[in-house]
Each structure stands twice: as structure tokens, then as C-alpha cells.
Ligand binder design. Structure first.
Ligand code: GAL
Length: 821
């Protein structure tokens, strides 16, 4: 009997996975339109016509960002504005606000595609754009097929009727337009996300038509509900076969059901998963539902839906609960650009970013202030980062002259629905935020708009709580705006948390945006003082992590709020990574600054000192022991040069050239002393500083030292990406340093480095993290910034060695290889 059951089971599995074909033809095919796009920057009369000669247009691969190559220029999108959310009353010239890059204007893209096995009477063809910046008009074979204004959202549309009858040689033309003053940061330009062609049978599951929820979750049992919408199946009797597979590919539940579908009704299947492997940041366990759809005995569709089993709850006075455990968000906000790669999405770049954040102990990401690329959300599912997805920076009232308010009335609901449908199966997404610091907060009817948007979330996805990042605390506490949200989110204003907690009916407060501490990697200013809006002649900010903006604060305050109050939900730091644009505090006529200084990690993906401050509290698995500043100060001999140590150990002793500078222990005298060990009186002398850390019982347990560097001697390269896939897309980030004979980093080396990349890959980009640097990211030469920069190389499509040579006058050249496999 057992044997028979076993055979039956194996047959069933075969039956599940073989039939993705009907009459020898695939029932669903999906592919990307990546290569061989033609691009023209500027307006083109009749750009959509199939007869147009685009031979002389540039050949590009999508994802593509037309503006990232530069050149940087102060005149690009110069904005004369008062940034009211920063407390400004008078308009002033804002330089570099959107990155100083040529993103404004019109751009055209054209390509051709074949729809395989096309037959207009029995097949459907859909184009799906993951995002197109912006005001996209898409034409197929000369006819307008879709208009989608919001550059961050994904959209799709049926093009079946517009295709050539044989399915071949169809022309897609896309006109994009970015208006001046449409953004507060660098939005990117062009087809910066993927474009998909999806070919299905007429009866099929449409884009985002499968919705999975887990109505009951416990350690012993989870109930999984799959609701599938089908198109062109009205009145038909449909048989649906679904298997739930765990991460190892083992079937853990399965169902075969038959239902007659009436208009609009979804096909519902429920499953039980025993002893489910729950999803969490620590254990990002994933499942797949594999579904086949049959009508009249014929296979009509076959698709997979990835999901996770986890429970999200908000508890008054206690905050956020994941799988029955209260936890505080250790999150960061990020803009969507990838620094030197611009907005063009790249999976290996995103993965590297997330891995750096995970190592810091970060467990959550807020997509500020727009819909993310689907690749980012998938990676968060896989790597274990919770997400708060946020669609808007403005609603009906403008922040930017040509911002989203122009579209809000007509498009907000459609944009919300697409966003929610796109990401509601992703376990990483634990909360929606309906907006960021929208001026509507203070308008008399603002609460109605908030309630309208929150209701869309509840209707389309009843499982996730909704928040909004609010900065006008007095308004929102008074006017009912804050009290109607599932979760009140405060941006900064740490001094108002207690009041918000006691006044609001939810009895919880989320730090939806925090800190906005500013720093430049490798830059240290003296004397070391805590201060807001500090400006220096070199247009940098100190890495002693003591400077912030007038509206913001230092990390220590946010740490204390999370530790001291059971009703705080943790935070999303502004920001994980530096981004292009918004170069506060050097934003007012302060060219050449054109990228942010808020990042915990710089624009070149190199961690700043602040990274280790967060890591010392957030990473509970590994110890942190980090010393700052560097110890090469030829002009400071004998001068007071404070030393800070960021560590999870409670105390440490500092030695300068072997002489003890005393022991420091974390204490509550000040917020800084609570989280940092600081020697404020130390005087600089060349040599070695060493820190010895002590555990709770006073035992020395770890040590770290930094030495004064000699003259720059050679170029050193290192990477965590020793081997990358030869897929034409994968990237290796290589840290390039000037070091002395002993290998010490030379922190004042700022020479020009020239690169040659050959073999199985190509040069992709350079960045040095200097917010004032005007060198193009896309030329193979750049100056070091405080001794370092990052080189990015891209694998080709054949395996082999990628060979890198780095030359700089006066330094021994660097040779390095990365394997493409
Ligand atoms: C916030 C805003 C962010 C960013 C930040 C800089 O008020 O939400 O988008 O501008 O300030 O500190």
C-alpha cells in the first residue's frame, strides 16, 4: 500500500510539473526586452512611426539611465525654492538638488520584438514596465498603447490587438519626459527598470492576478489562501491544481479544485502547511505555490507564486510584532538610485547594498519616497529585510512645481492599486506608508485624503498596517490626521514622541524617518562639537558624527527612544546610502555639492564611521570595535585630537604609542556617552593608537589599532566579489586604496587613478564618495577621496578572468583579477 501511495505521489508530482505545454506549445512565456534598444535624447517628430529610421540612434541596453553619464552642471534643474519642510520661508537658489545631472527633457526609446507562437484569436500579449522615468507614452506598431505618468510605478497593458498578425517584428516606441523641478532628489531618466513581454493563452492569470495570504500562522500550523483572478474565464468551469513547495522543493501541501467562475470572482484555494518554516529577517524562509489552470481538460496557464509565512501585528503600547515577538525596526530609508550606476536597476548592486546593511544589523528598508524595483523587494524576501513601501512624496498639494500633485487626482488610486498588487505577496513587505511629509497634513481636509489612501490599502490588502511619515506634528495631533492611521509615523521631532504617544489613540510611535546626521567619509573637523547646519570651506561634514540638520538629530537620540520606551516601534534612519541630489547642508548656492551626506554608507558603497555606531547596537551576532579618526595628522602634532570608539563592549582603554589614555565605560551622563566611548582630551602624536575592549566582567577581550601612514607607495585593490556570474549583468565592487609600504591606508592621498579593464568583463563605473566631485562616473579615471574609491566592473557573457590595472603617478601600479564563471 505504502509503495502504491509512493508511486501515486511521484506520478502526481510529474503531472504537476510537466504540463506547462499545450499541444507542444508553452502556455505562458515571459521574456525581457533588454538588448538592442535605440535611444535618442530629445524630441522626435513621429517618433512612434514604424517607418521612422532610427539607425543612427544610440544602441542601448535596458535598464538604462540616460542622465547618469553627466556631465554634472550647476545649471541642470536649478531650483529657486523655499524648502518649507526644512523650515525655509524665503526662496533661494538650490544647486545640485536633483544631482546636477541632465535628467530633464524628452527621450525616445525604440525596439522590436517577436511574440512567439502568436495567434490573435487564442493568445494574449501584455507589455509590463517595472518603471519608466517619466510620463511614459508607449506605442506599439505606431499606435498609442498606454500612458503612465508616475515614473516609479510598474504598469502593464494588453497589446494583442496592436500586434502584427504573425506576431513578428513589432515596433515598441516609448516617449519619456522629465519636467524641470519635478523632484527633490535625482529621479533618474529613461527606461531605468525592466520591460517584460508576457505571452499567454486567452484564458490566463493576468499580471499580479495571484494573491496569497496566510490567514492563520502558528509554529505548528499555517493556513495559506491563494486567490487567483483569471481573465476570459467567465462562466467556465475551471480546474486548478496547486502544490505548495518549501525551499528544498518538497511538496508540503496540494489541492485540486474545480469551480465555475462568474465575472470578477477569484478562484480560491486553501492549504494547510504543518510546522511551517516562518519568514523573518533572521530566517527568511520562502515557499512557492505552483499552479496549473485547466479548462475543458486543457492546460490554459501555469505559473508560480513565491511567498512567505509570517504574521504581522500592531499592539497598542507595545508596537510591532512579527510572528508573535515584539521587535523594533532597525531600519534605513533609501532612495532608489545606485550612486554611480544612477537609477538603472542592477540586481548585484542591490544585493551588495543589502548585504552591507545586513552586516550592520539593519533589518528593514523604507523605499523613500516611491515604489521600489521588484528586484529589490525579491532580494529583501531572500536576504531577510523587512520593507515599508511608500509611494508618494506629495499628494494633491505641491512640494515641487512639476511634482506628482499634477497627477494625484486622476492617478493616485491606480498608482496605489498597482503598487499593492505588485508587492502584496512579498513577505518582506510588512507595512505600507501612504506618503512622506505631505503638505496635505496641515490642510483642513487633509485627513480625508489620508483616509482615502489608507482605505485603498485596506481594501486591496487587509493584512498590512498603514502608516505615513509626518513632520508637522502640531497639525497632525490636532486635526485628526495622525489619529486615523493604523500606525502614526513621526519624521524626526524626537522631542514630540512622548506627547504623540499620550495624545494619540494608537498608543505607539514609529520613527518613520530619523537622524539625518551628516558626514563625509574620512573627513574630521576640529574642534569636535555637536552642532546643526555646520558649513566648512571644503563643503564637507565631519565623520565624528556630531553634525546634523536644523530639523534633525544624532543617532544616539533615536537609540535611546527605542531602548527607553516600550511604545516606540524603532526607526528608519535617513539614510542607509548616500544618494544623488539633496546635498544638505550644502544645498543653497553651494555648488559643486550634488549628492547627499546623510548616508551611513557613502555614494561609493564604502561605510562611513557611523556604520559602526549602528552596527555596535544592531548587529547582535558579531562584535564591533571601531576607532576613529585615522591617525595621520602631520599638522596636528601636540594638538587636541579626540578619539572615539564604536563598540558593543561596555568599556575600553585607549593607548597612544603604548601609553594609556584611560579607560572609558558607556554611561548615562550624556546621550553620546551612552553609546560611544570618547576620549576628548587626547593629543596627536604620530605612531599607533590602540584600543583594548573589556567585557562586562572587566576582562580584556578584543583589541584594534590604527597606525600613522607613511608616504603613499602603491595601489591596493580588494573585493568581496572575487568571482561573479558571466551573465553580462553581474558586477564586482572593488575597493581601491592608496597605501604606504606597510599597507596602511594613506588618508590624505587624493591622486588621480586611471583604470584599464580587460578580459572577461568591462569597466562599468567609478565613485569616490565625495559629494563635491564632478568627475564622470562613467570615465575610467577618478581621484581618490581620502585615500579610497570604488571601481565597478561588469562581467561579460563568457567565463574567464577580468583583468584590472590601476595606475597613479608616483604609486606602484595595482593589478587585480576577478573571475567570471
Ligand atoms: C526629510 C524628508 C527626506 C529628506 C530628509 C533630509 O524631511 O522626508 O526626504 O529630505 O528630510 O533630512
Amino acid at each position: 500500500m505504502m509503495r502504491l501511495l509512493h508511486i501515486a505521489f511521484v506520478l502526481f508530482i510529474l503531472f504537476l510539473f510537466v504540463p506547462t505545454e499545450m499541444n507542444g506549445q508553452s502556455v505562458r512565456q515571459s521574456f525581457l526586452l533588454e538588448k538592442n534598444w535605440r535611444f535618442f535624447q530629445g524630441e522626435v517628430a513621429d517618433g512612434e512611426q514604424t517607418t521612422l529610421d532610427d539607425k543612427n540612434w544610440k544602441n542601448v541596453t535596458v535598464p538604462h539611465d540616460w542622465a547618469i553619464a553627466g556631465p554634472f552642471d550647476r545649471a541642470h534643474d536649478l531650483q529657486d525654492v523655499a524648502v518649507t519642510q526644512n523650515g525655509e520661508k524665503k526662496a533661494t537658489v538650490k544647486t545640485g538638488r536633483t544631482g546636477g545631472l541632465p535628467y530633464v527633457g524628452v527621450g525616445w526609446y525604440r525596439t522590436k520584438f517577436d511574440a512567439p507562437q502568436f495567434d490573435p484569436s487564442s493568445k494574449r500579449v501584455v507589455l509590463k514596465f517595472d518603471g519608466a522615468m517619466s510620463e511614459a507614452r508607449v506605442y506599439v506598431n505606431g499606435k498609442e498603447a498606454c500612458f503612465w505618468p508616475y515614473g516609479y510605478n510598474a504598469f502593464h497593458f494588453d497589446v494583442t490587438e496592436l500586434l502584427h498578425k504573425d506576431g513578428r517584428n513589432n515596433t515598441v516606441a516609448v516617449r519619456l519626459e522629465n519636467k524641470a523641478q519635478s523632484s527633490r532628489w535625482y529621479p533618474g531618466a529613461g527606461l531605468y527598470r525592466n520591460v517584460h513581454v508576457i505571452v499567454t493563452e486567452k484564458i490566463h492569470m493576468p499580471v499580479w492576478g495571484a494573491h496569497i495570504t496566510t490567514p492563520f500562522v502558528s509554529d505548528s500550523l499555517a493556513s495559506v489562501k491563494l486567490e487567483t483572478t483569471l481573465e476570459h474565464a467567465d462562466g467556465k468551469s475551471v480546474r486548478m491544481v496547486t502544490a505548495i513547495l518549501n525551499a528544498e522543493g518538497r511538496v508540503v501541501a496540494q489541492k485540486e479544485n474545480e469551480q465555475k467562475l462568474n465575472y470578477g470572482k477569484a478562484f480560491v484555494q486553501n492549504f494547510e502547511v504543518l510546522k511551517p518554516a516562518l519568514w523573518s529577517p533572521e530566517q527568511p524562509n520562502l515557499y512557492r505555490a505552483s499552479t496549473q489552470v485547466y479548462v475543458d481538460g486543457k492546460l490554459m496557464d501555469s505559473f508560480e507564486t513565491r511567498f512567505g509565512i509570517r504574521e504581522v501585528r500592531i499592539i497598542a503600547d507595545r508596537g510591532f510584532m512579527l510572528n508573535g515577538k515584539i521587535r523594533k525596526f532597525q531600519g534605513v530609508c533609501n532612495h532608489h538610485d545606485l550612486g554611480p550606476l544612477g537609477a538603472a536597476v542592477n540586481v548585484s548592486a542591490l544585493r551588495y547594498q543589502l548585504q552591507l546593511l545586513k552586516d550592520m544589523g539593519c533589518d528593514a528598508v523604507r523605499t523613500a519616497h516611491n515604489m521600489p524595483a521588484p528586484e529589490l523587494v525579491s532580494l529583501c524576501d531572500e536576504l531577510g529585510l523587512m520593507m515599508m513601501i511608500e509611494p508618494f512624496d506629495e499628494w494633491d498639494i505641491a512640494k515641487c512645481k512639476s511634482g506628482y500633485h499634477r497627477f494625484f487626482a486622476d492617478w493616485a488610486e491606480r498608482d496605489m492599486v498597482n503598487m499593492i498588487h505588485h508587492f502584496r505577496n512579498n513577505p518582506s513587505v510588512v507595512m505600507w506608508s501612504i506618503g512622506n511629509e505631505v503638505p496635505t497634513q496641515c490642510s483642513a481636509d487633509g485627513y480625508k485624503v489620508a483616509s482615502f489612501l489608507q482605505a485603498i490599502c485596506h481594501r486591496e490588502d487587509p493584512t498590512r498596517p498603514v502608516t505615513c511619515g509626518m513632520d508637522q506634528v502640531s497639525c497632525v495631533l490636532e486635526n485628526g490626521f495622525a489619529s486615523l492611521l493604523d500606525v502614526p509615523g513621526l519624521n524626526y521631532r524626537t522631542q514630540r514622541y512622548e506627547e504623540a504617544y499620550s495624545k494619540l489613540p494608537q498608543n505607539i510611535v514609529l520613527g518613520s524617518e530619523t537622524a539625518s546626521t551628516v558626514s563625509s567619509r574620512g573627513v574630521y573637523k576640529f574642534p569636535v562639537v555637536k552642532k546643526d547646519d555646520m558649513l566648512y570651506p571644503d563643503h564637507q561634514s565631519t565623520s565624528y558624527d556630531m553634525e546634523y540638520c536644523s530639523w534633525s538629530n544624532l543617532p544616539d537620540e533615536d537609540f535611546a527612544l527605542a531602548e527607553d520606551h516600550h511604545w516606540t516601534m524603532g526607526q528608519f534612519v535617513w539614510t542607509g546610502f548616500d544618494y544623488l541630489g539633496e546635498p544638505s547642508p550644502y544645498d543653497t548656492d553651494a555648488w559643486p555639492n550634488h549628492s547627499s551626506m546623510f548616508g551611513i554608507i557613502d555614494l561609493a558603497s564604502i561605510p562611513k564611521d557611523r556604520y559602526y555606531l549602528y552596527r555596535s547596537l544592531w548587529n547582535k551576532n558579531e562584535h564591533t570595535l571601531h576607532i576613529l579618526p585615522h591617525w595621520t595628522w602631520p599638522d596636528r602634532v601636540g594638538q587636541q585630537t579626540p578619539v572615539f570608539v564604536y563598540t558593543d563592549y561596555p568599556s575600553a582603554e585607549l593607548f597612544i604609542n603604548g601609553k594609556s589614555q584611560g579607560k572609558r565605560s558607556k554611561n548615562k551622563h550624556s546621550l553620546q556617552e551612552r553609546y560611544r566611548l570618547m576620549w576628548m582630551e587626547t593629543r596627536y602624536e604620530p605612531g599607533e593608537i590602540k584600543v583594548v575592549a573589556y567585557d562586562e566582567s572587566g576582562e580584556p577581550v578584543a583589541e584594534k589599532s590604527v597606525r600613522t601612514a607613511g608616504s603613499p607607495f602603491r595601489i591596493k585593490m580588494e573585493t568581496v566579489h572575487d568571482s561573479i556570474a558571466a551573465d553580462g549583468r553581474s558586477l564586482a565592487y572593488i575597493r581601491v586604496k592608496a597605501v604606504d609600504k606597510q599597507g596602511n591606508l594613506c588618508p590624505h592621498a587624493n591622486g588621480l587613478v586611471r583604470f584599464e579593464v580587460g578580459g572577461a568583463g568591462a569597466f562599468k563605473a567609478l565613485a569616490n564618495g565625495d559629494p563635491t566631485n564632478l568627475e564622470s562616473f562613467e570615465k575610467p579615471q577618478m581621484h581618490l577621496f581620502n585615500g579610497q574609491l570604488t571601481l565597478i566592473v561588469q562581467a561579460g557573457e563568457k567565463s574567464g578572468s577580468i583583468r584590472i590595472k590601476a595606475k597613479s603617478t608616483g604609486l606602484k601600479e595595482g593589478l587585480f583579477t576577478v573571475q567570471a564563471y
